[in-house]
Ligand binder design. Structure first.
Ligand code: ASP
Length: 330
C-alpha cells in the first residue's frame, strides 16, 4: 500500500483535501475492510504505538469505532473520560494533552463541543516539536472529517463495492436533509462531496439552513442548491443523507415541533417514491426515530445504509490511523 503520497500528520478538516487524498483513503479503507472479513481481524500495523482518545463530548459510535480501529491495528489505546479526570480540578485541555504526550502518545483523537480545540492541541504539539498526530473527531459546529470520509466510503462502495473511488460521485444527486445549521457532519460532507463532483441539494426549514452555505462551499467541481421544501431535493436523488435534529445545540426555538418537522421533512416510504429507484438512505446517528426517518425506512436494510455506515466507519478509521501513523500495510 502506497503511503508515500500521504503527507498529513493531522486530520483536522477536509477543507483543503485533494481528490488524490480522498482516493488514497478510499483505497486504504477498502483493504482494511478486507482485513475485517478475515478470521483473525487484526493486523500488526501499529504495534507498540499509543493512541489516546480524548472525548470531551458524549459519543457512542465515533469513540468506540476509533478504539476498535486502534485495537484492530494492534496499537495500545488510552481512553480519557472528562468526568473523572483532572479537568474537574481545573487542569487545562492543553495540559491534559501534554500529560498524555509525556506518556508517549503517538496520536490523539479529539472531540470537543467547542470548535477549534483539536486544532489548538495540534498547534501545541507542533510548537513542542513533537511528531504527535491529531485527528478531529468532531469540534462544535465546525467539522467531523472521519464521519464525512466514512460517508464517502459508504456511498462509493455502494456504487462499486470492488473499487470505491471518488469518480463514482460525478453527477450523482445527493440530498442532505435536516438540521444543517448545527451540523458539523454536513459541513465536512460538503467539502468531500463537492470535491468529488456530486450535485448536492440541501433541504431544511429556513431556520435550519444558513444562506451563506452557498457562498462558503462554492466549488468548481460539484454544484450546491438550497431548498426550503423537501420535494425538489428528493426529486431523482441517488442518495439521501439525513441529519439528526441537534436538540442540545438549539438555543432558540427554531422549530414549531418535532411532529411538524417530520411532516415537512421526515423521510417516509411515500417520499422515497420521488427518488431514483436505487436510492439509499443514510444517517450519521444517533437517530431520533420517527423524526428524521420513519422507523419503517430506517429498519429496511434494502434501502437504509445506516448500519453499513457504522461498519464502514471502522475500516475508514483504521485507514486514517494507519496513514497518519505511516505504518506497514495490512
Ligand atoms: N454523531 C454525529 C456528530 O457527532 C452526528 C450527530 O451527533 O448528530 O456530529
Amino acid at each position: 500500500m502506497a503511503t508515500t503520497e500521504w503527507n498529513r500528520r493531522h486530520i483536522l478538516s477536509l477543507e483543503d483535501f485533494t481528490l488524490a487524498e480522498y482516493d488514497i483513503i478510499l483505497r486504504t479503507a477498502a483493504s482494511f475492510r478486507e482485513v475485517l472479513t478475515r478470521r483473525t481481524r487484526k493486523v500488526p500495523t501499529l504495534q507498540g504505538r499509543l493512541i489516546t482518545n480524548m472525548f470531551f463530548e458524549p459519543s457512542t459510535r465515533t469513540r468506540s469505532s476509533f478504539e476498535l480501529a486502534a485495537k484492530r491495528l494492534s496499537a495500545d489505546v488510552l481512553n480519557f473520560a472528562p468526568g473523572t479526570s483532572s479537568l474537574t480540578k481545573g487542569e487545562t485541555i492543553l495540559d491534559t494533552a501534554k500529560t498524555y504526550l509525556a506518556m508517549g502518545t503517538d496520536m490523539m483523537v479529539v472531540r470537543h463541543k467547542q470548535a477549534g480545540v483539536p486544532q489548538a492541541i495540534a498547534r501545541e504539539m507542533e510548537r513542542l516539536g513533537t511528531h504527535v498526530g491529531v485527528l478531529n473527531a468532531g469540534d462544535g459546529l465546525h467539522a467531523h472529517p472521519s464521519q464525512a470520509l466514512l460517508d464517502l466510503f459508504t456511498i462509493c462502495q455502494y456504487f462499486d463495492p470492488d473499487s470505491p473511488r471518488t469518480e463514482l460521485l460525478k453527477g450523482k444527486k445527493i440530498a442532505i436533509v435536516g438540521d444543517i445549521v448545527h451540523s458539523r457532519v454536513a459541513r465536512s460532507n460538503l467539502w468531500s462531496l463537492m470535491a468529488s463532483g456530486a450535485e448536492v441539494h440541501l433541504a431544511a426549514p429556513p431556520t435550519l439552513i444558513p444562506k451563506q452555505f452557498l457562498e462558503a462551499f462554492r466549488s468548481n467541481s460539484g454544484s450546491l442548491s438550497i431548498h426550503w421544501q423537501i420535494e425538489p431535493a428528493l426529486d431523482n436523488a441517488d442518495i439521501v443523507m439525513t441529519l439528526r435534529l441537534q436538540k442540545e445545540r438549539m438555543g432558540e426555538h427554531l422549530l414549531p415541533s418535532l411532529r411538524e418537522y417530520h411532516q415537512g421533512f421526515g423521510i417516509t416510504r411515500d417520499r422515497l417514491a420521488l427518488c431514483q429507484s436505487h436510492v439509499r438512505i443514510m444517517h450519521p446517528g444517533p437517530v431520533n426515530r420517527g423524526v428524521e426517518l420513519s422507523s419503517e425506512v430506517m429498519d429496511d436494510e434494502r434501502i437504509s445504509l445506516v448500519q453499513a455506515q457504522v461498519t464502514s466507519g471502522l475500516a475508514v478509521r483504521m485507514a486514517l490511523l494507519y496513514l497518519m501513523g505511516g505504518g506497514k500495510g495490512p
